[in-house]
Design a protein around this ligand. Structure first.
Ligand SMILES: Cc1cc2nc3c(=O)[nH]c(=O)nc-3n(C[C@H](O)[C@H](O)[C@H](O)COP(=O)(O)OP(=O)(O)OC[C@H]3O[C@@H](n4cnc5c(N)ncnc54)[C@H](O)[C@@H]3O)c2cc1C
Length: 406
């Protein structure tokens, strides 16, 4: 046997998975098709009040306090440069009538923050440096898997170029179009939202006061997430044609459109990163495990980003799978199917609930049926008024991700 576990995919979830396996003493091979970044130059540190900042990453993630704690255990969180991280202390979510809203406050929940906003590049680098000296880790990149063959007590993964790696278990962390998932013949049901998320960062005239804003509008869902130095990150999930139009606008025109759409909540905006657009879809897998295979992250579930939960769900997969493998007791074989089923049972409900909630919201707020608009705005006002419901939502959010409006 060349190793115990092969992790395929070195995105945020695959890296975290390889790191989380360290205490189990298992020998891990990590494979990623992408090359390491050419020059890992340090990111400039930012003074919080800094006015104009270069080098921002337009990909940012809302990370829950629960997952920040997990990343701390993995030795990743403390190595972040916190001058580039913002905390979310309040969330304001608006309906499409401009008046209905729901407010979540960390203060009311007795917590310091609801989430942290972190640049993707920074998180990726922190995970990579935590892995750099990990004992028992064999890291191959760029490397492309070509074939996967099952034997009774092992799998053999062949790489392009001919090398074969024998292992007890393969973890598919290779994203939404997972190669591992296809090899294991795990079926999926997939639906395109016919929407794209347009992301870009802006400097704002008025202080955001560590508030994450979200507007459910006729043309989609627009979120402004706080970043340090009075910057915000836009995530505007909108119909394909509208997204294409927004992504082609010049910096001033796009800033103007966002200002207008959020009713000038943060005053004048100035764009600091070019816009990027990501197609949105829902992917549900028929199983999270197969013989000698487990799926984590987007390989296991893809959801609409309106609640900022995708990578949070992935980190929880990592935590649960690493726990099951670490505490396998007398079961020596880490690819044992009954062991993997334990992981699947532990994750199924959480994943299904999040898919239901995000898909339901995406559909509710894109429905144009008469009366639905009134109903969703009334739902926001009602939930805002019922303290126990809000508390429940916030408690769930603190564990896994940002609050999801009901
Ligand atoms: C606009 C937008 C905003 C979002 N915001 C948030 C947020 O605020 N909070 C949140 O929790 N989530 C958010 N998400 C979701 C989040 O981006 C994803 O859930 C997360 O990136 C999934 O990470 P992953 O590592 O599973 O997959 P990926 O990031 O897709 O990584 C897959 C990795 O596998 C590698 N790979 C692929 N195929 C192969 C192969 N055949 N062999 C080897 N390697 C392979 C790739 O190179 C890549 O490194 C957002 C998503 C979008 C679109």
């Amino acid at each position: 046997m060349d190793c115990d576990v092969v992790v395929v995919g070195g995105g945020l979830v695959g890296l975290a998975q390889a790191r989380a396996l360290a205490p189990s003493g298992l020998a891990v091979t990590l494979i990623d098709s992408a090359s390491p970044p050419p020059e890992p130059s340090p990111l400039p540190s930012l003074a919080p009040e800094e006015e104009s900042v270069g080098g921002w990453d337009a990909r940012v993630y809302a990370i829950s306090p629960g997952n920040a704690a997990l990343l701390s255990e993995l030795g990743v969180w403390p190595s972040l440069d916190f001058s580039r991280v913002a905390s979310v202390e309040r969330m304001e979510v608006y309906g499409d009538d401009g008046a209905s809203r729901i407010v979540f406050s960390a203060y009311e929940a007795g917590r310091a923050e609801l989430a942290f906003i972190v640049e993707g590049r920074q998180l990726q680098r922190a995970l990579e440096s935590a892995l750099a000296g990990q004992a028992g880790l064999d890291w191959r990149r760029p490397a492309l898997p070509a074939d996967l063959v099952w034997a009774s007590d092992r799998v053999v993964l062949s790489l392009e170029g001919g090398e074969a790696i024998e292992a007890r278990l393969v973890i598919g962390a290779d994203g939404a179009d997972s190669w591992v998932r296809r090899q294991a013949d795990i079926g999926v049901s997939e639906k395109s939202y016919r929407q794209r998320a347009v992301v870009a960062n802006f400097r704002c005239e008025r202080p955001h006061r560590n508030t994450a804003f979200q507007w459910f509008r006729d043309d989609g869902v627009l979120a402004l997430l706080p970043l340090p130095g009075n910057h915000v990150s836009l995530v505007w999930s909108t119909w394909d044609e509208h997204a294409a139009e927004l992504a082609c606008l010049g910096p001033e025109a796009l800033a103007g459109r966002v200002e207008q759409a959020c009713r000038g909540a943060l005053g004048q905006l100035a764009q600091v990163t070019p816009p990027l657009a990501f197609p949105l879809r829902l992917v549900k897998v028929k199983a999270l495990v197969a013989p000698r295979v487990a799926l984590v992250g987007d390989a296991a579930h893809v959801i609409h980003p309106l609640a900022g939960q995708g990578v949070n769900l992935g980190f929880q997969d990592v935590r649960l799978l690493a726990g099951v493998l670490r505490e396998r007791g007398p079961v020596a074989d880490c690819g044992d199917y009954f062991l993997l089923r334990r992981y699947e049972r532990a994750r199924r409900e959480d994943v299904a609930l999040m898919q239901l909630a995000t898909d339901g919201l995406a559909r509710l707020f894109s429905a144009r049926t008469c009366g639905v608009g009134w109903l969703r705005n009334a739902g926001l006002r009602l939930t805002n008024a019922i303290a126990p419901v809000k508390t429940l939502l916030v408690q769930h959010a603190l564990k896994d991700g940002c609050p999801t409006v009901p």
